[in-house]
Design a protein around this ligand. Structure first.
Ligand code: UDP
Ligand code: MG
Length: 313
């Protein structure tokens, strides 16, 4: 029988965590009773630097039930790093891992179906939302735009799949071999290969508490996803450069001809316009190049992706 670990990243989730843990425990114990999962199957909550009662709740559950484990990171490292911390901690012990958000927006009952797919041979099972009507208009549309943009840039993502997925031990091990600091998990997983499956579920509103992904974090997440996967923005600069230089050549002949025809000194405004436009383009280009150099800098430093402060095993 297989051991499952459910990894739950949590940042300030005191309002939902009780509920979440109870539901996950119920689902897991049913699967254990049905002898589908090994009785050592457990839940690992990764506290991503919460400042509320989250860690206290985890400790409380751990004392009552050793099937609930906790990792407390030393500060907020972000959702993606919290997930990596959880995967790293379980890779040796668990045969399969399910990652799920703490707010129960992803229907935990879907885990049953995921395990069926795993039993059928899939090593990565994606949870895909087939109904996002409960997300805000803005969230749905910005997410849609994001997928389109990434697709355009040659980054293949599974649309409407976030970080709710099942992975076999082998898939997790392979995933952890990707050592970049700016890890965009959703972009990496499809690169792993192995046989995959999708299960569909309805996304529900957050049970309680506020989203930990305000606009600023969402934009940073999207930008990070683009620049850590694609060099197309830099190539775009090259194309832009070639285009503007050809335009410059045309201007060159134009000015020679107007001079030859004795039509000079008109054109102060066109001069100003081109200076501003070109200045702007240059700044944008430098900004994009700078972004990539910044990425190189953070990769070269090889800083740890997270630091564990306490571990309730
Ligand atoms: N989260 C985290 N660290 C962060 C931000 C979020 O561990 O810096 C967790 C959060 O507790 C939740 C999950 O990541 O379990 C997804 O966050 P949230 O539900 O706020 O995002 P949304 O569903 O609004 O995109
Ligand atoms: Mg959520």
């Amino acid at each position: 029988m297989k051991k499952l670990t459910i990894v739950v990243p949590a940042l300030n989730e005191e309002e939902v965590l009780n509920n979440t843990l109870q539901r996950l425990l119920k689902i897991e114990s049913k699967l254990i009773q049905a002898q589908i999962l090994d009785h050592s199957s457990d839940i690992l909550v990764v506290d991503d630097g919460s400042v509320d009662q989250t860690w206290k709740i985890i400790k409380h559950y751990h004392e009552k039930n050793k099937g609930i484990k906790g990792i407390k990171l030393s500060r907020n490292f972000g959702h993606q790093n919290a997930l990596i911390a959880g995967l790293q901690a379980t890779v040796i012990s668990a045969d399969l891992v399910v990652t799920i958000d703490a707010d129960l927006q992803d229907d935990p009952e879907t885990i049953n179906e995921m395990i069926n797919c795993f039993a059928g041979g899939a090593e990565i099972v994606y949870g895909v939302r087939n109904d996002r009507t409960t997300d805000t208009w803005f969230k749905r549309n910005s997410a849609g735009l994001f997928y389109k943009l990434l697709n355009l840039l040659g980054i293949k993502l599974i649309p409407n799949h976030a970080d709710f997925r099942l992975m076999s031990q082998r898939a997790v091990k392979t995933f952890l071999q990707y050592k970049e600091r700016n890890l965009f998990i959703r972009g990496i997983i499809p690169l792993l290969g192995f046989s995959t499956a999708k299960v569909y579920y309805k996304r529900t509103p957050r049970l309680a508490g506020k989203s930990k992904y305000p606009l600023k974090k969402m934009l940073a997440f999207a930008w990070n996803g683009i620049t850590s996967f694609s060099i197309i923005p830099v190539r775009f600069i090259l194309a832009l450069g070639i285009f503007t230089s050809s335009l410059g050549a045309v201007m060159f002949f134009y000015s020679i001809i107007t001079k030859w025809l004795g039509l000079t000194v008109h054109g102060w405004s066109s001069l100003m316009v081109s200076i501003w436009i070109l200045g702007g383009l240059q700044m944008i280009s430098l900004g994009i190049i700078g972004e990539y150099i910044g990425k190189i800098m953070t990769e070269v430093k090889q800083r740890p992706r997270y630091t564990i402060q306490s571990y309730l095993k």
